[in-house]
Design a binder for this molecule. Structure first.
Ligand SMILES: Cc1cc2nc3c(=O)[nH]c(=O)nc-3n(C[C@H](O)[C@H](O)[C@H](O)COP(=O)(O)O)c2cc1C
Length: 601
């Protein structure tokens, strides 16, 4: 594994489309997502909501993170049922070196990664490609039976960080303007719509990719800076803005009390020093009110997002940094408690159902340990959207989204409602009947009381399955985890050939797993979940489609064309011959038909 960020090389729009067509034709999958995991809305239940006044057909989506960076990530999230995309945070330092591994989802969530791994112009291109792909897939006939007659509207929400100087500079400014009007980018990408995709060449692609933005406030961002950045984004770019708040707002004693004492994570060292440097509660309350008024006076909408990750000491030392950022189940308890506290301190201001009073107009977006088990209760609190990161990094990956939405649909249906507002009203009445002032208060009482189990250490200490066997290039337990836990879909599999079976013997497994090196940023997540010992990203055959990158990188690797013909390799002769046979056997690579010769770079 490289110590620092290996460059990601996004696939061209043409290559992504070729892959979609070929993979669907040979495997009935798109970017490895089986068709059974594609979300088909229930025509009897409207899960839609208004995101700062823009309609989204479901209240779920990827949180800014590894699932909203490359075009294929966004397509995968959409296929799973996401309709609100908080795009990966873009910032001025776009050649940041992040240590590896950078994601640790062994139990709850930890990471040391905090912004995009692409340059600002590359990020714009990825988001434009993703937007075009979604427009195309909405009307792509083979997909119609799986997505239903109307997959409904979606919204791309930008995320930028982390200081005024960077955000008001030319680089980030150009990115935001590009997202507001991507006409040029789309015209350039349109030339990739050839072959069977030429039917979409004249599609009226919307050049306005996004006009909302969530400000990611990194730890230590002073309140004046948050205020100045928000005003800049409203004034200069005419955006509706959400400020993503940190869990530190709740104060050290409360947070450490929840994590260490109530939830039992005695092995987590909450960093007290981070609390002093962050926005304090009283100033936070003022700031939320002031910024909402500022936005409204200028005809804009304002919202808050709860929460970003929690700063803790890296006692595990699996990732090479002093500090790491906690997410997942314990963060859910912290963020829900923060919501209840803010809601009580800002009576009638948050767009949260409560009592007889009308809800306020400050929308609350949420990202903290959302799972299939708590999505319905979270949405019932009044937050929307509920965005997800950690849960999608667990086995099943993007395939976990549709079951989440199904569970929400069932909850709404079982209450006799047909849409979220009437269901939330129903849930509020039930909460009040049980003696709570709001559904938020009821949820917090539950997860810090009888319903604590999924958030407590005892519910989260089980390690991923392990077998006492060193991982080899060919043959493994074929659990498929490396495919599903990779946010970039850098892995794929091919059914084992007789030649591989003969060479490997008993341990050959049903499928052989391969890595698309240009899509792999060596985050470490496949290594966490692989039951065998070793790093699948480094041990499984590393495929390249770009000759220059193949030459520039070291270690084992194979240069192929899209159809799987081996053009060059750094393998021993036996491995090279097994791989050559595998790549052109059966379903072959998902990248393109066997006679394809085009490059994917
Ligand atoms: C690997 C990883 C990368 C992340 N990157 C970003 C980011 O670039 N910008 C940001 O605002 N939040 C980032 N986050 C935080 C998430 O958006 C989310 O707020 C947080 O993880 C809580 O949600 P979860 O419990 O579902 O993971 C990241 C989280 C993880 C785990």
């Amino acid at each position: 594994m490289a110590e620092l960020t290996p460059p990601l090389t996004p696939m061209s729009l043409g290559a992504l489309l070729t892959r979609i067509e070929h993979e669907w034709g040979t495997r009935k999958k798109i970017f490895d997502l089986p068709n059974a995991r594609i979300w088909k809305p229930d025509p009897d239940v409207d899960l839609g909501f208004d995101f700062l006044g823009r309609r989204c057909a479901s209240p779920v989506g990827p949180a800014a993170g590894p699932h909203s960076q490359l075009a294929q990530n966004i397509v995968l999230a959409w296929l799973g049922g996401s309709r609100l995309f908080e795009l990966k945070t873009v910032q001025v330092i776009d050649d940041l070196e992040i240590q590896r591994p950078c994601i640790d989802m062994q139990t709850v969530g930890y990471n040391i990664e905090w912004s995009q791994e692409l340059t600002c112009p590359q990020s714009l291109t990825e988001y434009a490609k993703a937007s075009m792909l979604l427009e195309i897939l909405r009307s792509w006939e083979p997909l119609a039976p799986f997505i239903g007659p109307d997959p409904g509207p979606h919204v791309f929400d930008m995320s930028v960080g982390y200081d005024l100087e960077g955000i008001s500079g030319d680089k980030v400014g150009t990115f935001i303007r590009g997202m507001r009007d991507a006409t040029e980018e789309i015209a350039r990408l349109r030339t990739d719509l050839t072959g069977s995709w030429s039917q979409f060449a004249d599609l009226d692609f919307n050049p306005h990719l996004s006009d909302t933005l969530t400000l990611s406030t990194f730890h230590g961002c002073p309140p004046d800076e948050i205020e100045a950045i928000t005003k800049h984004l409203i004034d200069e770019h005419e955006l509706d803005v959400i400020v993503k708040l940190n869990p530190t707002l709740l104060g050290y004693e409360t947070v450490a009390g929840i994590v260490n004492d109530e939830l039992g994570y005695t092995d987590v060292s909450v960093q007290e020093s981070a609390f002093g440097a962050d926005l304090q509660f009283d100033r936070g309350i003022e700031l939320i009110g002031e910024l909402n008024s500022y936005a409204k006076e200028r005809g804009h909408r304002f919202g808050i997002k709860l929460t970003n990750t929690l700063v803790v000491d890296n006692l595990k030392q699996w990732m090479p940094e002093e500090t790491m950022y906690l997410s997942g189940p314990p963060l859910h308890v912290i963020a829900s408690t923060l919501l209840d506290t803010l809601n009580k301190a800002l009576p009638g201001q948050l767009d949260i159902p409560q009592g007889d009073a009308e809800p306020g107009d400050i929308m609350v977006s949420f990202s903290a340990g959302i799972t299939k088990g708590n999505l319905a209760d979270s949405i019932a609190m009044g937050v929307h959207p509920a965005t997800v990161c950690s849960d999608l990094l667990k086995p099943g990956g993007y395939g976990r989204l549709a079951p989440m939405l199904k569970a929400l649909t069932t909850a709404v249906k079982e209450s006799g409602s047909h849409d979220l507002p009437s269901w939330k009203a129903d849930r509020l009445a039930l909460a009040q009947a049980a003696g709570h002032s709001s559904t938020v208060e009821q949820h917090v009482a539950s997860i810090r009381g009888d319903g604590i189990a999924p958030y407590h250490l005892t519910g989260n200490e089980k390690l991923p399955r392990a077998v006492d066997h060193e991982l080899d290039m060919f043959g493994c337990v074929a659990c498929n985890f490396c495919i599903t836990v990779c946010p970039n879909d850098a892995f794929f599999s091919i059914p084992t050939t007789d030649a591989v079976s003969d060479a490997v013997g008993e341990g050959a497994g049903r499928q052989q797993y391969l890595v698309l090196s240009e899509q792999c940023n060596e985050c470490g997540n496949c290594m966490t979940f692989c039951p065998e010992e070793g790093d699948p990203a480094m041990i499984k055959p590393r495929l390249y489609t770009d000759a220059d990158l193949f030459s520039a990188r070291e270690g084992q690797g194979v240069l192929i064309d899209a159809g799987g013909t081996v053009l060059d390799h750094r393998l021993d002769d036996e491995a090279a011959s097994l791989l050559a046979g595998l790549l052109t056997s059966g379903t072959g690579t998902p990248l393109g038909p066997n006679d394809a010769t085009e490059s994917t770079s």
